[in-house]
Design a binder for this molecule. Structure first.
Ligand SMILES: *Cc1c(COP(=O)(O)O)cnc(C)c1O
Length: 406
């Protein structure tokens, strides 16, 4: 297909896009095609004003009174419930705070502690996991007297056995963009008597997640990717309601105490999602996240998913049209049921240089060593015209490299 035909198709798709108006709620540079929202989401326009009020009035004028009067103390649960709506969790099961790494630790240790001591001593970890999850799970296993076994996410259901305490799985693979089977894997682990910890870093805000309906036990995820919470925004922890009374946090800080201001030397855990808290919440970044979540008002994840798949399909067609044959190969699954919200293209030696040149030309994706070019599609602000331009510039960059070598 010709460039003119693809550009025309992009314009028609953008004109028919029911989410198109959402883009105006983000502060974006129109000269740049931003395809890295799976690493750091774009800035929602409402954040700066809200933060300035939090700093100037709530902190500057009200000071200590804001813990009560501005609702700071309960913000982790309140923001947690807002995230819960986006991941299929009824209120009271999600708390916002700490990093994903720290929440992985809480969830994996707590999951092992749910099993009778000694009866189950195996922690399964996604063989292709984002590294931090693997490091933390390994340490958590060591601390709880478990062995760790790396298993492909797709094989978890088959590999779980009578000694398996917990499986830690990335819902979407950060490198390839492969979407794993949350309902099926969760049910199989449950049937094997084990618990699941899902890492939703690349699915929260990118596609529909139904934690309650699918019976997930624990879930964690970050909020600075598809949830646009800002650099280092607090992560979240989901603990299924039925497990909350038995949730034994390995980090029982005073914020998780049933009566924190009693300053009791003896620990007594609070009920509910609060039990996942540790220390004083990171109020500035938590309230920036709270403001960022406003862009989700009135947005359904089904519409987000439909646009995400249409965007990635269209981008792949544009890549096929613009990039000389055989230069790149998609490592992201073709099947919609197995695709997250990104496209990863394998390019031989020089992938890092190709991405650097793309960024110089105003197309921002990222490079994952050694040879993957990663393009994240965020349906609230990515246009079909952006997908077309990104593929066109990629083709130009690759052709220019080859011409320079001839
Ligand atoms: C981005 C990401 C993380 C990041 O963890 P932090 O503690 O926020 O640095 C963890 N796991 C996965 C799967 C990720 O994609």
């Amino acid at each position: 297909m010709s460039e003119a035909a693809l550009a025309e198709e992009a314009a028609a798709l953008d004109a028919a896009d029911g989410l198109a108006a959402k883009r105006a709620e983000f502060d974006l540079d129109d000269e740049v095609v931003y395809l890295d929202g799976n690493s750091l989401g774009a800035l929602p326009r409402g954040v700066a004003g809200r933060l300035s009020d939090v700093v100037g009035r709530e902190w500057g004028r009200l000071g200590i009174r804001s813990w009560e009067e501005s609702g700071w103390w309960t913000a982790p649960e309140r923001v947690g419930d807002r995230i819960g709506r986006l991941i299929g969790a009824a209120p009271g099961q999600v708390v916002a705070g700490d990093s994903t790494s720290v929440n992985v630790f809480k969830a994996v240790v707590a999951a092992v502690r749910l099993t009778d001591t000694g009866s189950r001593d195996e922690v399964l970890v996604d063989a292709a996991t984002f590294p931090t999850d693997g490091y933390i799970a390994r340490s958590a296993a060591r601390m709880t007297g478990c062995r760790i076994r790396a298993v492909d996410a797709a094989d978890m259901a088959r590999e779980a056995g009578p000694r398996t305490a917990v499986a830690l799985v990335n819902h979407v693979d950060y490198r390839t963009g492969r979407l794993h089977d949350l309902p099926g894997t969760t049910a199989a682990l449950r049937a094997a008597g084990a618990h699941t910890v899902w890492d939703l870093c690349h699915s929260a805000g990118a596609l529909p997640v139904r934690l309650d309906a699918d019976g997930a036990d624990f879930a964690v995820g970050c909020t600075y990717k598809y949830l646009n919470g800002g650099p280092g925004a607090p992560a979240f922890l989901y603990v299924r309601r039925a497990l909350q009374d038995r949730f034994d946090s390995p980090l029982p800080g005073w914020n998780s105490h049933a009566d924190p201001f009693a300053m009791d030397p003896a620990y007594a855990p609070a009920a509910g999602a609060v039990r996942g808290r540790v220390g004083t919440p990171e109020i500035l970044s938590l309230l920036a996240l709270d403001a960022a979540l406003d862009v989700w008002d009135g947005v359904g994840l089904a519409a987000v998913r439909a646009k995400s798949l249409a965007l990635t399909d269209f981008f792949l067609r544009c890549v096929e049209a613009y990039v000389p044959e055989g230069r790149v190969a998609s490592v992201t699954p073709e099947a919609h049921a197995e695709r997250g919200s990104q496209v990863s293209l394998r390019y031989g030696a020089g992938a890092g240089e190709v991405m650097a040149e793309l960024i110089r030309r105003g197309v921002v994706g990222d490079h994952r060593r050694p040879d993957v070019l990663r393009f994240g599609f965020t349906p609230l602000y990515t246009r079909f015209a952006d997908a077309e331009r990104a593929a066109r510039v990629l083709g130009e960059v690759i052709e220019a490299r080859e011409a320079a070598r001839r």
